[in-house]
Design a protein around this ligand. Structure first.
Ligand code: BT5
Length: 321
């Protein structure tokens, strides 16, 4: 997004003088005027009043209302920052590269990722301006083993957010959220360690909100909220998710409280009653899904009758996944 647009949005409907804009952006007032004219052509209604300056009145529909997000997420108690980017390689990589200067809780959002990642080096598809690609920087004082549960905290926060919006979703342990049996959201939690201690954790979520189509390669398993018949505002999802996540995350980090998360995960498990296959680097196990246990592990009764509790792995079902 144009820097000038960000400044106008940051102005929250207040006038910003041409002189201030020129100074802050390091360009001439004539260049400001040209940029304003271009934005007007794109559908932004910008008022200009002599001696007062410019103020943004109306944005085209699909522009993310960053101001509203900043207002409704209590940033002062969490990270202090919501960084809005037009394009980036990956929001997770962005936070990794800026982790020293940012506080725990800092959030970055991008309208488009050019190298969005899934787990195990897989790609995450996205389309400019339609969906949510965002990451949260976390710097908890915990042992690395406790970090995996954060993916589940994020999953539970997303399911609650969707429920609040009247959308039924399910979790496919550990990191997929499905609507109508297809994936609308993926979660990627990356751990950056230093001498076996957590330096930071980066939680990335991708939500297909308004995408209308997907590449053929994932067409059978991917969907968006819009395709499933849910017209939503991206802001509502972001605000709901961050506010739900904050509460569940603090409870987990500070009090090791996991019960609400586990209750949600078990109640809305996509795997309930299903025959599954779980693969990891060492091989695979087939069996019957049982539940998510107190550690957040997947419990499976293998085909040879053994009950196993797995802390990681890739779950697949016949046919789709
Ligand atoms: C995930 O990995 O599901 C984690 C996705 C995390 C994406 C976010 S976006 C913000 C942040 N920055 C990043 O760079 N990443 C995070 P995994 O379980 O490995 O699933 C990846 C697989 O899902 C791919 O191999 C495809 O089959 C499928 N896939 C790719 N893009 C998709 C999409 N938009 N919707 C649904 N499925 C998709």
């Amino acid at each position: 997004m144009e820097d000038i647009l960000i400044k106008l949005m940051d102005g929250e409907g207040e006038y910003i003088s041409g002189e201030d804009l020129a100074k802050e952006l390091g360009i001439t007032r004539a260049a400001i005027w040209k940029k304003i004219a271009k934005l007007r052509e794109e559908g932004y209604e910008i008022e200009s009043v002599p001696r007062k300056g410019y103020r943004l009145l109306i944005s085209p529909q699909n522009v993310l209302n960053v101001q509203r997000i900043k207002r409704e997420i209590d940033l002062s108690s969490f990270g202090g920052e919501f960084i809005y980017l037009n394009e980036v390689d990956s929001t997770n990589t962005y936070l990794k590269n800026n982790s020293e200067s940012l506080q725990s809780g800092a959030i970055v959002f991008a309208e488009k990722q050019n190298a969005g990642r899934g787990r195990f080096g897989r790609a995450w598809e996205n389309e400019y301006g339609k969906n949510i690609q965002m990451s949260i920087l976390l710097k908890p004082k915990i042992v690395p083993e406790r970090a995996v549960f954060i993916t589940l905290v994020a999953g539970a926060a997303l399911i609650s957010t969707f429920l609040d919006m009247g959308i039924d979703s399910k979790i496919k342990w550990p990191n997929d959220i499905l609507v109508g049996d297809k994936k609308v959201c993926g979660i990627l939690t990356e751990l950056n360690l230093e001498l076996m201690e957590i330096n930071n954790i980066i939680l990335g979520i991708g939500v297909n909100v308004n995408a209308e189509k997907f590449p053929e390669s994932i067409g059978k398993k991917a969907t968006s909220l819009l395709i499933e018949g849910h017209e939503t505002k991206r802001e509502d999802i972001i605000i709901g998710f961050v506010n739900n996540f904050k509460v569940l995350y603090r409870d987990y980090i500070e009090n090791n409280k996991k019960d609400v998360v586990l209750e949600i995960l078990n109640k809305y498990s996509f795997l309930e009653g299903k025959k599954i296959k779980v693969e990891d680097a060492s091989g695979y196990i087939e069996g019957q899904y049982e539940r998510i246990d107190a550690q957040g592990n997947l419990v499976i009764i293998s085909d040879n009758g053994k009950k196993l509790s797995l802390s990681s792995g890739e779950v697949s079902l016949k046919n789709i996944y």
